[in-house]
Design a binder for this molecule. Structure first.
Ligand SMILES: C[S@@+](CC[C@H](N)C(=O)[O-])C[C@H]1O[C@@H](n2cnc3c(N)ncnc32)[C@H](O)[C@@H]1O
Length: 258
């Protein structure tokens, strides 16, 4: 099977990166926080080599199931951890994508976020593209929609923590820009893309919490959380229908180079 047999994944954010990149060569490509979406987008680009990194063997298996047959002899999916100093030592890529990698670091290398861009630096030949999510769990919620989005995030994360798991920790665009500059990068473009959360998102987040409840030690606590989840689900879905979606927060894309 070749990449042409795969269905390309597209999104406004990936389209934006393609527009920013223009006619420049993609060369050797590193998907530094790989997943099915970023793999199904970047595998389609005219790269000379493709490497996808994930911290999770089950994630790697999922990506392999989707794109494994289309990998060229030099392409690979690697399970590893960016906090290990020798991981991918000596491998340099013309283009590096960090697609929601920063927010996921908490689960694989907590407190390493500050060092991430310095760590990626020796692997970046030319271009670095970062996709991130403005935090919505921590910080002020200034609209009714924001309060619901935050409440959903907090309840989800609370269930994950009680089930002994680590929720994502997202970072604001400004934080990433400062961190990139500290690591010696030049920023060539930043753009925010406002988010609208639909009913599907509400269910996905709350179900993530609900599915963790059997792992809790306190059965009474699990019962109370289940009640909280279902009542929040009902009111959030109602508001979502009234407003035509929960308009809150943003994703962002940052283009940087050395
Ligand atoms: C939210 S997922 C990225 C989404 C993905 N790009 C997609 O298209 O679905 C984050 C990815 O970064 C990886 N990751 C997080 N921290 C890592 C670390 N310290 N070292 C290596 N990979 C890491 C996770 O294993 C996962 O593959």
């Amino acid at each position: 099977m070749t990449v042409k047999n795969l269905k390309k994944y597209t999104s406004t954010l990936f389209d934006h990166i393609e527009k920013l990149h223009g006619q420049k060569s993609w060369g050797r490509f590193l998907d530094a926080g790989s997943g099915v979406n970023s793999a199904l987008w970047s595998m389609y680009l005219p790269t000379t080599r493709w490497v996808g990194v994930t911290g999770s063997p089950s994630h790697a298996a999922q990506i392999t199931r989707k794109i494994g047959d289309a990998l060229r002899p030099d392409d690979k999916i690697v399970v590893g951890n960016w906090c290990e100093a020798n991981f991918l030592k000596g491998e340099v890529f013309d283009t590096v994508l960090a697609d929601y990698l920063l927010g996921a670091i908490e689960g694989f290398a907590p407190y390493f976020q500050d060092e991430l861009f310095e760590r990626l630096k020796p692997h970046i030949g030319q271009y670095l593209y970062i996709i991130g999510l403005e935090p919505y769990v921590i910080g002020q919620a200034t609209s009714e929609e924001a309060k619901y989005v935050r409440a959903i995030g907090r309840l989800r994360d609370c269930c994950l923590l009680l089930a002994d798991q680590s929720p994502y920790r997202e970072y604001p665009l400004e934080w990433v820009v400062v961190s990139l500059k500290k690591a010696g990068f030049q920023i060539s473009d930043v753009k925010r893309f406002p988010n609208i959360y639909h009913e599907k998102w509400i269910h996905a987040q709350l179900d993530m919490g609900l599915n963790r409840l059997p792992l809790l030690k306190g059965k009474q606590l699990a019962q109370s959380l289940k009640y909280e989840i279902e009542s929040l689900r009902m009111t959030a879905v109602r508001l979502c229908h009234e407003k035509g979606g929960l308009y809150h927060g943003a994703d962002y894309v940052i283009a940087a180079h050395l």
